[in-house]
Design a binder for this molecule. Sequence first.
Ligand code: NAD
Ligand code: ZN
Length: 366
Amino acid sequence: DVDVAGDPAYRITIGPGLLDDGARLTSALRGRHALIVSDSNVAPLYADRLEAMLRSARPNLSIARFELPAGEHEKTLSRFGDCLDALARLGATRDACVFALGGGVVGDLAGFAASCWMRGIDIVQVPTTLLAMVDSSVGGKTAVDLPAGKNLVGAFHPPRAVVADTAMLRTLPDRELRAGLAEVVKYGAIFDAGFLEWLEANRVALLERDDAALAEAIARSCRYKADVVARDPFERGERALLNFGHTFGHAIEAEQGYAGSADGLNHGEAVAVGMVLAARLSARLGLAPRADAERLQHLLTAFGLPVEVPAGLSPDALLARMRLDKKAAADGLRFILWDGAGQARVVAGVDEAQVLAVLATPSDPS
Ligand code: NAD
Ligand code: ZN
């Protein structure tokens, strides 16, 4: 278990079989109403079991479901409105609880709905993707997308509890597992070189979905995120380090048209490329050893993740996207750069010529 300090403080519980732990799932429940939010892939697999567990733990609970069609393109204001309508139909009172059963799309949308319904009701995150277990379910950021950009509308709304049943990862498509591993690698890259070594040593077990290896990777990742979020809940400072690889990654995602496009990179894949680019940029600027950048590239490659900018995306177009990034500040392009494995910092005013050079130079010549 990982405890997250803050308001409210909450506990992340990790392990196989937790979806059948009714007491754990309902430990934060205060009222008589629960809404299970899920998507069209996850609901058929797990929603009946979750509902049965809630019912057996709390026989008087009034439970409804809201199901999104699966996919990033459904994380919209209109679906958010539908979710609020579902709470209205349920007659949800201020002590109602939302259960977000799904990946980051479900967690973000359900979390935002919970933050708004009657100015804020409880939410329990039941993440079902590796990415959601290590990242989106922890830290309280919620959002939906607008046509103008991703995550433009949202709120900070920490959950009451996070219950991560690693057995649910067995049905996750391989590509989604690898996307989650990219964010796991990110924690090692910015916080702990020793964790990168652990990942190198355990890469086969992780790809084979060994329960113990996954549980350890998730717990360690959540610990890093929980610590930084507790110190900087509203991203005024060091929480920004979690955006390592994301300035490049978001530019790639935006330029190819968000995840919607079937052959484009998903978020984790774009972040994998972005981390390698950020590491190369750091080496180029003389901040980090080139060998560290190469090692990061090898680890991501071993996890089956891409490490080069997809063909067809122009460096100039990507640079233009980065100038528009909401993290770009008045002081010019801002990146999370590396002082070597395990150490990162925010650097503002990065020279655009150096960024272009990194975007235009595929794999390292050395
Ligand atoms: P996702 O929610 O779209 O899930 C990926 C796919 O896997 C979907 O098709 C889903 O239906 C399917 N799926 C989920 N769990 C499954 C399971 N156990 N078995 C079989 N299929 C399953 O994507 P994601 O990668 O989990 O999340 C991405 C979203 O998270 C993005 O919208 C991103 O903006 C958001 N995010 C938020 C934060 C945050 O701090 N709030 C952090 C990172 C990412
Ligand atoms: Zn990310």
